[in-house]
Design a binder for this molecule. Structure first.
Ligand SMILES: C[S@@+](CC[C@H](N)C(=O)[O-])C[C@H]1O[C@@H](n2cnc3c(N)ncnc32)[C@H](O)[C@@H]1O
Length: 221
């Protein structure tokens, strides 16, 4: 289990506390559409932290080629439609480069600066010159909340400010009477902080995929 993180609820959990069964029943929320609109048709994509393939499958359906990576064998086992690699992102070094390296799900907001740099170096290692690294980042600090629609409920609780600008929070997802809780630790990054770390990894930000700046595009420097 990663430091400061954990998960409870039915089924297997990953080292970062993500529940396999929760992601299995969670649909895409337009992420694939947004990514598809920002990249060339039939792109080769390296997806880092693919989980159960929630976004992998829609990207494949849109005609892209995806290599899906996750450190969790239980997650990777759910992705049967394309090539998968079971590896930590930090240690991944494939002998291939891709049109797009996708690292979503706020993985870039890992609280440990050294680990974030290792993740970004993996992104830089695998993107081809002229290709895009696409990151999904946190754009707001957490606050206690209950978000609900007719199918699912998300409770954000026990929000705690940690030294160094990081925050911990407990996210509880309730879907069809089943409940999963995950303690997350995230660090919100200012534009300058992210720019500095991208530069250390040999990347630079070239734009955003969305007006709210949640989706960042970076390229090799
Ligand atoms: C919150 S889940 C999201 C999965 C998927 N991106 C989605 O949106 O459905 C995060 C996934 O990233 C994986 N992950 C987190 N940190 C990782 C790391 N350093 N190396 C490899 N996988 C990692 C976890 O195992 C988990 O499956």
């Amino acid at each position: 289990m990663r430091v400061g993180q954990g998960g409870t609820g039915p089924g297997a959990h990953t080292r970062d506390g993500s529940a396999v069964e929760l992601y299995e029943v969670t649909p895409a929320h337009g992420e694939d559409e947004l990514i598809d609109a920002a990249i060339a048709p039939r792109s080769s994509i390296l997806e880092l932290g693919c989980g159960t393939g929630r976004i992998t499958r829609p990207l494949l359906a849109r005609g892209h080629q995806v290599v899906a990576v996750d450190e969790s064998p239980e997650m990777v086992a759910r992705v049967t439609e394309t090539e998968t690699v079971c590896s930590t992102i930090d240690e991944l070094r494939l002998d291939r480069r891709f049109d797009v390296v996708l690292m979503m799900s706020f993985l870039v907001n890992v609280a440990d600066d050294a680990e974030r740099l290792r993740l970004l170096r993996t992104c830089a290692h695998h993107v081809r010159p002229g290709g895009s690294v696409v990151l999904q980042q946190e754009i707001a600090r957490h606050a206690p909340a209950v978000l609900e629609d007719d199918r699912r409920k998300l409770v954000i609780a026990d929000v705690e400010d940690l030294p160094g600008g990081a925050q911990a929070a407990t996210l509880t997802h309730i879907v069809h009477g089943r409940s999963w809780s995950q303690r997350i630790v995230t660090k919100y990054l200012s534009e300058d902080e992210l720019a500095t770390q991208l530069a250390e990894a040999g990347l630079h930000r070239t734009g955003y995929l969305s007006p709210d700046r949640m989706w960042v595009r970076a390229q090799l420097s």
